[in-house]
Design a protein around this ligand. Structure first.
Ligand SMILES: [Zn+2]
Length: 1022
């Protein structure tokens, strides 16, 4: 699965992030204003649930008090499913501060077993589903279904326990036959909501070794939350809303479409029969994992499409769609084997699908030519779904995607354009990695996602080398994973705490995806790509149609290497990387020619984290098997290929050691340097001061000696090593200066995260003007080089770099940039549509037009926003989102006040209030006003329609860069003089963050001041 989108580099585009936090937060905010808010008090702990009363009716709780009680219980247990808006447990990567609450004493609870009993194993399912998506009354969108499951009895049992959720199982329809002499009778059918178990109790025991057939009928409403079997819609050219039904099952939502054994290891075959109306103006079709083999007439104008039997597969990869969509098709060949490759979209998007389709065919052919066993199905469908929760889903033979996969000239940003290739490669790679071999349990999700991530950028780099996707992966996603993995609350890649539905949902994070992808890359580099592919083919063949864990993978890789007389023990090298969280920081010191001394320690992102970690334990005592790849000023070879037998290691049994090689120069030569981790593996490298200074000198003298990704690594590593208190920040700051001559996107991209940190800390200080001038000069040459015009024929990294540099240049006050942006804004105003500006640049131009322009510009954007926000057309609505964010760029206090007033008067849609509040709170010119407004009207705002989360995000955003004692006292006083019960956790978190900011400033202010004086941007003290 590809995660939810999130703008990653500031473009209004669609690069993937696995973060779901924001989606849930938004959901919570929206639900809170549209449904009742119930508060459950459990002892001293308050659990607030925003309960969708409609969705709860399915579980049969009748009275409001029972709803409250059950909701609270589920929320306490971490089950946020029924109380779908309850944001517990904390979701990963939530970008804002999580409220910190005083920990409650641990209650002794019996652990809940979320796993199905191991007594039964499903073998085959026959499923028939009849969704109703016809007409315009969505409350009538129901589904009727029946299921028949052949089950092997592995151990004697007197009950059949499987999964069911959201469904109303007709108790009288539950029946059982068996091949044992006397088949027990069903005596009771019950649902356990916490575990989503359907328990069928029998009056006797099922005999070990027998086979049974379980049948039942069920009904449900089609879901609308983009999980399970749900209804979606699009707008036809005549403005008619057309509905479709589509699925999204991973991880645990197949159980809400039909009762099933919904665990990844419980694989079976499936026959799906999907009913659709035959005589209907929209000409509906059905799709599933396999082709249609028969169509049979049914009552009331329906026909039944019978789909071919699937391979042995897990439930989470099943899929079906009922829609009026169209497709384009190619026939692909693998030897004599034909596979139909099709790309589907709504009819009024079909004219744009050809690029998506052509890329898909190329990628699919590449995979077919490299991996065995062959793709087992006779067709592969890809469908662009108008309303899809995640980026995409790899259902076997029927991959589903967001509509952003369809490239639309003049509308699609470069981010989305490049994402298209990556996401197709990701989902197609899953057809082997995940679909043919699946994880034994969700603990090993990285075996799916790490491989899909790895192959997505390997494949796109192979097909489109000029996009430099491997470098982009390292500088964007590897670093993102390392940030998440820099705390004690991180988790190992083998995520062995994942049991409940809610816990499993949190597994889809940067550690699983991007750390997973980085470590797969590491294994591939140890073995060499061709031996690695050869070994993976053996892994796929050995475990095909089965399941695997990390040991299964490492064993095959080790055996395959041994068969080629290569002494690579993958378990020995990799087990420590996947069973313990975090990663190492390697310190390199030089003393004499021909040797470097290396030591390793667990990296944690701040001194306070390190203090708390003193007594932490781990299977390998937080030591790792670290490949030490290197070059030096005498060699300057960053790309040499290294045979495994020639690799140097810092062993997991040693904290330190010496590495000997004649390429290491004498440290008495002040210009000489060594560079460690040339292959960019998953750790940071620190050097002695002499070496850092020599590297800085090299960058300033001739940075081209060091490749872009290795330059990026110096910038990024030095900053985060300094943040951890292991290096003076002056090194990281001095490293940046060379960028004034570097035009390349990759090193600039490495600057992105920590530049934001510096900016936030300095914004209110007297140093800011000097820092601002430094940034104007740093980006000047690049701005002049790239200009302000993007074209579709340009290399994509150049387009990315232009957008980035324009943002820096304009934001920090490059007058030429601001003037150019205003000219572009004028072009926009005078044009009948916005296609005069490349999609990458629209948000910058809208924002700049407001920031540097007059009131006329503000009014222009405001009128465009109000016009587009009202439109039922989703593309215009999307455009209104950019316009709304542009409005939040405003700098004049009276306009900010006007936006507040518009929010209160309902002139801004409820859906947009959260976005606007958040954006204003992060606007340096707006956040003080947001804070002042919050202070002045706190009680009123707290009691308003805005959800707790919306207000929390505004509080957090407005105060995030408070870094003085005065501000700390101000918040403390505010908490004493106001009833902040509803946001107490948030305010406590703000106090904690403010304290950390004060400490940061105490530690680093003088260093930054000194650096700014040294660089000439701050006048010397007279
Ligand atoms: Zn995936």
């Amino acid at each position: 699965m590809e995660g939810d989108y999130k703008t990653q580099n500031g473009n209004s585009g669609c690069r993937i992030s696995t973060t779901k936090g924001f989606v849930f937060v938004l959901l919570a905010a929206l639900l809170a204003v549209s449904v009742g808010i119930l508060v459950h008090l459990a002892g001293s702990r308050e659990v607030t649930c925003k309960v969708d009363l409609g969705s709860l009716s399915k579980v049969g709780w009748s009275s409001p008090s029972e709803l409250v009680t059950q909701c609270g219980k589920l929320a306490e247990q971490g089950d946020s499913h029924v109380c779908s808006a309850c944001p517990t447990p904390p979701l990963p990567n939530t970008p804002e501060l999580e409220p910190e609450t005083t920990p409650e004493p641990e209650k002794k609870k019996t652990p809940i077993n979320y796993r199905l009993p191991s007594t039964l194993k499903p073998v085959h399912y026959d499923v028939e589903l009849k969704p109703n998506i016809y007409g315009n009354d969505t409350s009538n969108f129901q589904m009727n279904g029946s299921v028949s499951i052949d089950i092997d009895v592995l151990e004697a049992t007197d009950n059949i326990t499987l999964h069911s959720d959201w469904l109303n199982v007709t108790e009288s329809s539950v029946s059982l036959v068996s091949d044992q002499p006397v088949t027990p009778t069903v005596v009771d059918v019950s649902v356990i909501n916490t575990t989503q178990f359907l328990v069928i109790s029998l009056d006797g025991s099922l005999v070990k070794g027998s086979r049974i057939r379980l049948k039942m009928n069920f009904t449900s409403r089609l879901r609308t939350d983009r999980f399970g079997f749900y209804s979606s819609s699009y707008l036809a050219d005549n403005n008619e809303t057309i509905y479709l039904a589509v699925t999204m099952f991973e991880a645990t939502y197949a159980r809400s479409a039909f009762p099933c054994f919904d665990e990844p290891a419980l694989k079976a075959t499936f026959n799906f029969t999907l009913l659709r109306k035959e005589k209907h103006a929209r000409n509906y079709t059905t799709l599933s994992n396999t082709d249609i083999i028969d169509t049979q007439p049914r009552d009331n104008g329906y026909v039944a499409d019978v789909h071919a039997k699937t391979p042995v597969m897990p439930t989470y990869l099943l899929a079906f769609v009922v829609s009026d969509f169209r497709y384009v098709e190619n026939v692909t060949y693998h030897g004599d084997r034909k596979v139909k490759y099709r790309t589907w979209a709504r009819p009024n998007l079909m004219q744009n699908v050809h690029l998506t389709h052509d890329w898909g065919v190329r990628i699919f052919n590449w995979l077919q030519n490299h991996f065995e066993p062959p793709f087992p199905l006779y067709k592969f469908d890809n469908i662009a779904v108008p309303s899809f929760r995640f980026g995409a889903m790899e259902n076997w033979g029927l991959a589903t995607y967001r509509e952003d996969i369809v490239y639309r000239p003049g509308f699609t940003t470069t981010n989305c354009y490049t994402w298209t290739g990556l996401v197709i490669a990701h989902e197609l790679a899953h057809q082997w990695f995940g679909n043919i071999v699946s994880p034994r349990w969700w603990w090993w999700l990285w075996l799916n996602e790490g491989f899909a991530m790895y192959w997505e950028w390997i494949l796109v780099t192979e097909l489109f080398p000029q996009r430099r996707e491997e470098e982009q992966f390292l500088v964007k996603l590897k670093y993102k994973a390392m940030l998440q993995d820099s705390t004690r609350s991180s988790h190992p890649m083998n995520n062995d705490k994942m049991e409940s539905h809610a816990q499993i949902e949190t597994s889809f994070d940067e550690i699983t995806y991007s750390k997973g992808g980085t470590l797969v890359r590491m294994m591939s580099m140890f073995m060499g790509k061709s031996l690695f592919i050869q070994a993976l083919n053996h892994y796929l063949k050995r475990h095909q149609y089965g399941v695997a864990d990390h040991n299964d993978l490492f064993n095959v890789l080790t055996e395959e290497a041994a068969s080629e007389n290569r002494p690579i023990n993958m378990t020995d090298i990799m087990d420590n990387w996947v069973t313990q969280m975090n990663f190492p920081l390697v310190h390199v010191t030089r003393s004499r020619r021909g040797v470097i001394h290396v030591t390793q320690e667990r990296y944690l992102g701040s001194p306070s984290e390190q203090e708390k970690a003193v007594n932490d334990s781990s299977p390998y005592d937080y030591l790792w098997e670290i490949p030490i790849t290197y070059t030096s000023s005498t060699e300057k070879n960053f790309t040499k290929s290294i045979r495994f037998e020639d690799r140097k290691w810092l062993k997991k049994t040693n904290k330190e050691g010496d590495i000997f090689d004649s390429v290491f120069p004498d440290s008495s030569d002040e210009d000489s340097w060594v560079y460690v981790n040339t292959e960019s593996h998953y750790f940071y490298v620190n050097y002695d001061l002499h070496n850092w200074n020599a590297l800085i000198k090299q960058l300033n003298h001739d940075f081209t000696v060091i490749p872009p990704i290795n330059r990026a690594q110096l910038l990024h590593d030095s900053w985060y090593i300094a943040e951890a208190g292991r290096l003076n920040h002056s090194i990281a700051l001095r490293l940046m200066s060379y960028l004034k001559d570097d035009m390349d996107y990759v090193p600039w991209r490495a600057l992105h995260r920590f530049l934001f940190v510096i900016d936030g800390h300095l914004k209110r200080s007297v140093l800011y003007d000097a820092f601002r001038k430094f940034m104007v000069d740093l980006s000047k040459k690049a701005f002049d080089h790239y200009g302000v015009v993007s074209t579709e024929t340009e290399v994509t990294v150049h387009r990315f770099q232009r957008t980035r540099i324009m943002k820096y240049a304009c934001y920090y006050g490059n007058m030429k940039c601001q003037k150019k942006v205003l000219e572009l804004f004028q072009e926009l105003k005078q044009s009948s549509d916005n296609s005069v500006i490349h999609p990458d640049l629209r948000s910058i131009v809208y924002c700049g037009g407001i920031q540097y322009g007059d009131s006329e510009n503000f009014e222009f954007v405001w009128s465009k926003y109000t016009e587009k926000a009202k439109s039922p057309n989703p593309e215009l609505k999307k455009e209104s989102g950019y316009l709304l964010k542009a409005l939040a760029c405003v700098r004049e206090p009276w306009r900010i006040t006007r936006l507040f007033q518009s929010m209160r008067e309902g002139k801004i849609k409820k859906d947009d209030v959260l976005t606007l509040g958040k954006e204003l709170a992060s606007n340096p010119y707006g956040r003080d006003l947001v804070w002042n407004a919050l202070k002045a009207s706190y009680e009123m705002i707290a009691m308003s329609e805005l959800s707790n989360k919306t207000v929390s995000r505004m509080i957090t955003g407005a105060t995030s860069s408070f870094n003085t004692q005065d501000r700390y006292v101000e918040i403390e006083d505010f908490m004493k003089t106001h009833n902040v019960t509803a946001h107490e956790g948030v305010f406590k978190a703000v106090l904690k963050k403010t304290k950390e900011n004060i400490e940061w400033m105490d530690r680093h202010y003088t260093v930054i001041e000194h650096w700014l004086r040294e660089t000439g941007y701050l006048q010397p003290v007279i």
